[in-house]
Design a protein around this ligand. Structure first.
Ligand SMILES: *Cc1c(COP(=O)(O)O)cnc(C)c1O
Length: 420
């Protein structure tokens, strides 16, 4: 008897070993490719050298660098400054100047330090420095989301039954070349007026079904500490506001914004969720990690809303690697957005099929925690629409046909649906 079972055990072990070997083979191509995908945490020396170069130009100190106000005052937004730090051809200078005249640009010294000017397809460079392609866009619209038509009160965008957005500023640490709210990024940097924020809070107060308020912009964390403190305390005092959220790219573009003082303020207002936007593993740096550490220590739940961008991250391995790097610094992938057709940004838009292929390459192949939801925004404010590769082949009263992550087609008996 004992002998029998040990033989059985041996068979099972052999079977399991064979299966484990199959699984090993499945991850091999990724392991090979991922070696060539750069990560911010492995580029510390390069970033340090770039930082020195920028500090030299500004005749500034490490202390300046760590001060987010210094970073904001010294955002690079003209081509002569840029080319004094990172020399470039006259042709490239003219391209940046011409594009920048139509679509404004500005980059924090920190985010500039992540850019590799020797590599024209560097994913950080593509996100921050103007390209001639922006002017060639024939397809884009100014406001494809119809956001201007979903504002029942000042600063508010309401598109869903139980939650809404309060837009608090049009300022950002860096103006993304793929920005979806380009129409709001004018020549003038401005926070929303206090009286408008008060009107927005009044709207929230008067509508008890609103249980989730998302503070964004622009970049929510570009508000001053005192304004954030005030706004969050006002929201905290509204009984039906169950959760608050911040939309900010500062952990990526201006991580020194997350000071101990800011973290202490945020810690006063749980439950507080913060969504940021990492788009490439190169952005996951030591500085970003420090910012996230402070947020997490303050009890803030940090998530990531990536944008699928041609040339930046429209590749399954690049997305997977980024999501792994994010989990390492305790940022949970939440969404991958299919970019909207905003004027001047459509050269960044890949096909929906590419988005689906990325999702297919994640599920099963990596931790569920590393898998965000892929979202296409329906036109004219129709709302976030999740897309998945086809895992359900067919469904009727007694049978579902499933496609597994490994593309095995299997029957699933729905009639005796008692086990789970
Ligand atoms: C994206 C968005 C939200 C938040 O949506 P979730 O799916 O809950 O993250 C809320 N309001 C508006 C107008 C939005 O565009």
């Amino acid at each position: 008897m004992a002998k029998q079972s040990s033989k059985r055990e041996q068979e099972l072990r052999e079977y399991s070993l064979k299966r484990a070997d199959e699984l090993k083979q499945k991850i091999k191509p990724y392991l090979e490719n991922s070696k060539n995908i750069p990560t911010g945490l492995n580029l510390t020396e390069f970033y340090e050298a770039q930082k020195e170069r920028i500090l030299n130009y500004f005749k500034a100190t490490q202390e300046d660098w760590d001060d987010w106000h210094w970073q904001m005052r010294n955002r690079i937004s003209d081509v002569n400054t840029l080319s004094s730090i990172f020399p470039m051809t006259e042709e490239r200078k003219a391209e940046i100047a011409k594009t920048g005249n139509i679509f404004r640009w500005a980059v924090s010294p920190y985010y500039l330090s992540l850019m590799d000017f020797d590599n024209p397809s560097d994913p950080i460079l593509l996100q921050g420095i103007p390209m001639g392609l922006e002017l060639e866009d024939k397809k884009g619209e100014v406001d494809p989301m119809g956001e201007a038509m979903t504002s029942p009160a000042p600063c508010i965008t309401r598109r869903y039954p139980d939650r809404l957005i309060i837009n608090v500023t049009n300022i950002c640490g860096m103006y993304c070349r793929h920005c979806q709210r380009r129409r709001n990024i004018g020549e003038i940097d401005q926070h929303s007026k206090r009286e408008d924020l008060i009107a927005a809070l009044d709207y929230v107060r008067a509508n008890p079904e609103i249980r989730d308020v998302l503070i964004t912009g622009g970049d929510a964390l570009l508000l001053s500490d005192s304004t954030l403190d005030w706004l969050l305390s006002e929201l905290q005092s509204i009984p039906h506001v169950e959760i608050k959220r911040l939309g900010t790219r500062t952990p990526v573009t201006l991580p020194m914004r997350v000071t101990k003082k800011l973290a202490d303020i945020l810690a006063k207002y749980p439950p507080l969720y913060l969504n940021t936007q990492f788009n490439h593993s190169k952005e996951v740096t030591l500085e970003s990690r420090k910012a996230v550490d402070k947020l997490v220590a303050a009890g803030v739940i940090v998530g990531n809303q990536a944008v699928l961008l041609k040339g930046v991250n429209n590749n399954p391995d690049v997305m997977k690697k980024m999501n792994h790097e994010l989990l390492k610094i305790r940022v949970r992938p939440y969404y991958i957005f299919h970019a909207k057709k905003v004027k001047g940004t459509t050269h960044f838009i890949p096909s929906i099929q590419e988005g689906l292929d990325i999702m297919k390459a994640l599920r099963g192949f990596t931790s569920g925690l590393a898998i965000p939801t892929y979202i296409v925004n329906a036109p004219q404010g129709g709302g976030k629409t999740p897309l998945l590769p086809e895992y359900l082949v067919s469904l009727d009263d007694d049978k579902a046909v499933l496609r597994t992550w490994e593309d095995k087609i299997v029957d699933y008996d729905t009639d005796s649906d008692t086990d789970s």
